[in-house]
Design a protein around this ligand. Structure first.
Ligand code: SF4
Ligand code: SF4
Ligand code: FES
Length: 507
């Protein structure tokens, strides 16, 4: 450990860190553009300048290592003057078009200029102008707003190693260019550069002019796209304004930092899957009995009749459903002596580069593997009187789908718990409407056996209730109580949402 002083306050810090990293850990703000914890240090924007006692000039906090007994000043007059100067240079050619910029509200340049910048341009030379370009199907580039931090170039060089961007020209004419637009289109991680860009120079075509970010609410979720279980920040469209275009409730997925997981980036397949949660055409919002909408009372009466029929039963879990939902179904199977099965999840070949993408396209397959639930395709008899199938359509292989359909068709009491009308719901006597991802709190166990929590920011739509309520009435008060019971009984540890926190828990 080393003893240092920052702004006249003493701190004891670990060796081997830069001034910027130390300050970030201590919640001391140092403005920066080119620094990003997931990329190499470039030291080119000069926004992070700080004063270090004994040094003749200001030092870049992102590239200066802390030393024992160092005295650092992050907020002195000379530091503030330097920040003002850097911002003045950056803004020389900037169009200052924040009102029509999609980054507005989450733009570092906008924020720093409010804090340290000037409000008058002193240069008499005209601003250099560049056309806004759609550089790929997914991304547009606006050089007028670029601060030349090179985060985008470093991401494509260092993380995906696909090298689609570079800088061209010199001096004040320097700008970023895409040398391989086709490669960018095929790069499965390309859209991360729009998140990485600290200003509005790179953006997603799909998000352009769609929503002001301050009119969204953010929740943290686990991506259901594959078994990797990347952490997402989900922007929800909860505040309507008269000028809003007609967008669905889910506006955007971006990466939520988790050092134990995917760190800072997500794949494009996961990112753009948000639009699926806005499609409501096939949504099941009421119970259906023999294909006809029915009341909750009649649905419950059918369930009661099925469960008291004393017929043999089978429960098919789902790699798409949360730990809590699957556990409710497991409890039913245990209570009734029903057989328990799992479908085989859908697999997809990995794109290039794959990084952390997983082949198995379901977020909770690992739970069933951990509990050693037999595969539905290995089942010996498919004649059951009562069959309950959890929502898994779209995430399972054809042979599992065929087997489940045959189970449903043969059963006297066939029940599905489904988000949308599907082959399963259409072949069941009773179809119960299930909450979709983002409507219910729930946990998922990923390929490296990390249990993580996903937040149900949207809440249950009218008519939709959790499975545990259909099966057990008031026995459980919330999903967390199922998680705690599951972790005690099946994992031998006590978990709560607080314990799982943002990072998750490795099992
Ligand atoms: S486009 Fe954005 S990320 Fe790339 S150099 Fe310019 S400001 Fe930085
Ligand atoms: S790698 Fe998998 S979990 Fe991660 S963002 Fe992509 S689809 Fe989602
Ligand atoms: S953040 Fe240090 S020079 Fe850019």
């Amino acid at each position: 450990m080393m003893n240092i002083k920052i702004d006249n306050k003493e701190h004891s810090v670990e060796e081997g860190q830069t001034i910027l990293e130390v300050c970030r850990n201590l919640d001391i703000e140092i403005p920066h553009f080119c620094y990003h914890p997931g990329l190499s240090i470039a030291g080119n924007c000069r926004m992070c300048l700080v004063e270090v006692k004994g040094m003749p000039k200001l030092m870049t906090a992102c590239s200066t290592m802390v030393q024992d007994k160092m005295e650092i000043f992050t907020d002195s007059d000379v530091v503030k003057e330097a920040r003002k100067g850097v911002l003045e240079f950056i803004l020389l050619d900037h169009p200052v078009d924040c009102p029509i910029c999609d980054k507005s509200g989450e733009c570092d340049l906008q924020n720093y200029n409010f804090d340290y910048g000037i409000d008058q341009r002193r240069s008499i030379f005209p601003k250099e102008r560049h056309k806004v370009e759609k550089i790929s199907e997914k991304i547009y580039k606006n050089d007028n707003r670029c601060v030349l931090c090179t985060r985008c170039i470093r991401f494509l060089d260092e993380v995906t190693k696909t090298h689609e961007f570079t800088t061209i020209e010199r001096g004040s004419h320097t700008h970023i260019t895409c040398v391989d637009p086709e490669g960018l289109d095929q790069n499965p991680f390309a859209s991360n550069i729009a998140d990485l860009c600290p200003v509005g120079a790179l953006g997603l075509n799909e998000f352009r002019f769609k929503k002001r970010v301050w009119l969204t609410e953010h929740v943290r979720a686990v991506c259901p796209g594959c078994e990797a279980g990347c952490n997402l920040t989900v922007d929800l469209h909860t505040k309507q304004t008269p000028l809003d275009p007609n967008v669905g409730p889910v506006v955007r997925f971006t990466s939520a930092d988790n050092y134990s997981m995917q760190r800072f980036f997500i794949c494009d397949e996961g990112r753009y899957s948000y639009s699926g949660y806005n499609e409501t055409e096939r949504r099941l919002l009421h119970p259906e009995l023999d294909g006809e909408e029915t009341t909750n009372g009649k649905a419950k009466a059918f369930l009661k009749e099925a469960l008291s029929s004393e017929l043999t039963g089978a429960v098919v879990l789902s790699p798409l459903a949360s730990v809590e939902e699957n556990y409710a179904a497991i409890l039913l199977a245990e209570q009734m002596g029903y057989d328990l099965y799992r479908p085989s999840p859908f697999r997809k070949d990995l794109p290039e580069p794959a990084l952390f993408i997983e082949k198995i396209k379901a977020p909770n397959h690992r739970m069933m593997k951990l509990l050693e639930v037999p595969k539905v395709t290995d089942m010996e008899s498919s004649d059951y009187g009562v069959v309950l199938v959890l929502n898994s359509i779209g995430s399972i292989r054809d042979n599992s789908l065929v087997k489940i359909l045959s189970l449903l068709k043969r059963a006297k009491y066939s029940i599905t718990f489904e988000v949308e009308r599907s082959e399963f719901s259409e072949n069941s006597k009773l179809a119960l409407p299930a909450p979709m991802f983002l409507e219910e709190d729930g946990c998922f166990i990923n390929s490296s056996k990390r249990i993580q929590r996903s937040t149900g920011g949207l809440g249950y739509p009218e008519g939709v209730r959790p499975l545990w309520e259909w099966l057990f009435g008031n026995r459980f008060t919330n999903s967390e109580s199922l998680l705690t019971q599951f972790s005690n009984e099946k994992l031998g540890i006590e978990l709560s949402y607080e314990k799982i926190g943002k990072e998750g828990v490795e099992l």
